[in-house]
Every structure is written in structure tokens, then in C-alpha cells.
Write a protein that binds this ligand. Structure first.
Ligand SMILES: CC(C)(COP(=O)(O)OP(=O)(O)OC[C@H]1O[C@@H](n2cnc3c(N)ncnc32)[C@H](O)[C@@H]1OP(=O)(O)O)[C@@H](O)C(=O)NCCC(=O)NCCS
Length: 181
């Protein structure tokens, strides 16, 4: 699905385009980023370009580039598994430019996307997955209103090691749009 441009106070979410793919591959392969992600495969440029072309026509997925208001791309955020019958989707994000960590980018990006997902896409529940050691992510999601719904024990293999995965959920009426406040 093609997204739209969503403008916040400090960042802008804009539909991902082909020129973002190189950054996306670099960010997802960065060892510092991977430390808290739940992925085991390495990202490759040609495969990611093919993936990007496919998702343009896939109503179950949408991804945005996160840019500063000065148009510096700092990461990506998206929805996967958009289910228009159950009105649910999984949210994910990566801030690839580490100099932008600790500045509230995650909080603002998630608030902008969730607001759009509930009000424009008509979703009623957003869910997320996080590793238990991903403190920044868990703290931020809690501020937004997410609740931990369970621990999937030894659920995934990341870089050869099994890891627990926390499953978090946010219902529409629980959403606290705390960005910029
Ligand atoms: C996780 C990630 C999205 C966080 O984004 P961010 O904008 O840098 O978030 P922040 O650094 O502002 O941290 C959010 C909050 O957690 C707090 N925090 C961060 N690390 C912490 C720690 N080790 N202990 C306690 N609090 C911590 C911050 O102080 C901040 O709270 P505050 O705004 O009240 O000060 C970013 O680091 C990232 O992209 N990491 C790699 C990919 C990833 O893990 N994606 C998420 C998968 S679920």
C-alpha cells in the first residue's frame, strides 16, 4: 500500500521510495541496530528492491521513511500484516541514524503513524513485538498506552541464540498521543 505524508512537530513520515532502500539495507545490517531487533537474516540490496516493488501493491503492508523537518532521513516505520477484517496490524520501526537516538523520534513517529492507522485506515488494534532487553522501545510503547499481553518464550532465533519475545497490544481507546506534550 502506498502511504501518505504525515507531518509532525519535529519529524515527517513520508511514503518510502526507491532512494531510501540503500539506507534501509545499511540500517537493518548495522550491528548496533540489530542488537535489539528480532531478525536473523542479513539484508541485501537487490532483494530489498524487489520487496519494495512488491509492497506497493500489497494492501497488508505500508512503510514510511522518517525524516527530520530538514529532510534528513533517520529511519523507517511501518505496518505489517494489516488485516482489514479484524482491523489489526503490527507496527515496527528502526531509527538507523544513531545520532538521532534519545531525542524522542520513536515516540513522535509511533504517535503519528498510530493516529493515522486508527483514524484513516480504520484499524482498532495495533500490536508490536519487542525483545525484553529493548528498554527504550518498551518505555516508549508504555507511554503510548501499549500493554504487554504476553511473553512468547524462546520464540525466535537471533544470531544463533534463542530469545523470548514480548507481545504488546494497543486498543484504539487506550491510545495516548503523547508526542510533543
Ligand atoms: C529502540 C529505538 C527505536 C528507540 O528510539 P529512540 O527515539 O532513540 O528512543 P529514546 O532513546 O528516546 O528512548 C525512549 C525512552 O527510553 C529511555 N531509555 C532508553 N534506554 C534506556 C535504558 N537503558 N534504561 C532506561 N531508560 C532508557 C529514554 O530515556 C527515553 O525515555 P525519556 O524520553 O523519558 O527520556 C531505537 O533505539 C532503535 O531504532 N533501535 C534499533 C531498532 C529497534 O530496536 N527497533 C525497535 C524494535 S521493537
Amino acid at each position: 500500500m502506498l502511504g501518505t505524508t504525515i507531518t509532525g512537530d519535529h519529524i515527517v513520515l513520508r511514503p518510502l521510495n526507491k532512494t531510501d532502500i540503500e539506507n534501509r539495507v545499511r540500517w537493518f545490517n548495522d550491528p548496533n541496530v540489530r542488537k535489539t531487533l528480532i531478525i536473523s537474516e542479513r539484508f541485501e540490496l537487490d532483494k530489498t528492491i524487489r520487496w519494495f516493488e512488491k509492497i506497493q501493491h500489497d494492501d497488508s503492508r505500508v512503510e514510511f521513511a522518517i525524516e527530520t523537518t530538514e529532510k534528513i532521513p533517520v529511519g523507517v516505520i511501518g505496518l505489517a500484516g494489516i488485516d482489514s477484517t479484524r482491523r489489526t496490524a503490527e507496527i515496527y520501526l528502526v531509527i538507523g541514524q544513531k545520532e538521532f537516538w534519545g531525542k524522542g523520534v520513536m515516540l513522535e513517529a509511533e504517535c503519528l503513524l498510530i493516529e493515522w492507522a486508527f483514524n484513516s485506515l480504520g484499524l482498532e488494534k495495533i500490536w508490536a513485538q519487542a525483545r525484553p532487553e529493548n528498554i527504550a522501545s518498551l518505555i516508549t510503547m508504555k507511554k503510548i498506552g501499549f500493554q504487554v499481553e504476553g511473553t512468547l518464550r524462546s520464540e525466535k532465533v537471533v544470531d544463533g541464540k534463542r530469545t523470548d519475545v514480548l507481545r504488546l497490544g494497543l486498543l484504539k481507546n487506550e491510545f495516548k498521543n503523547t508526542a510533543g506534550r
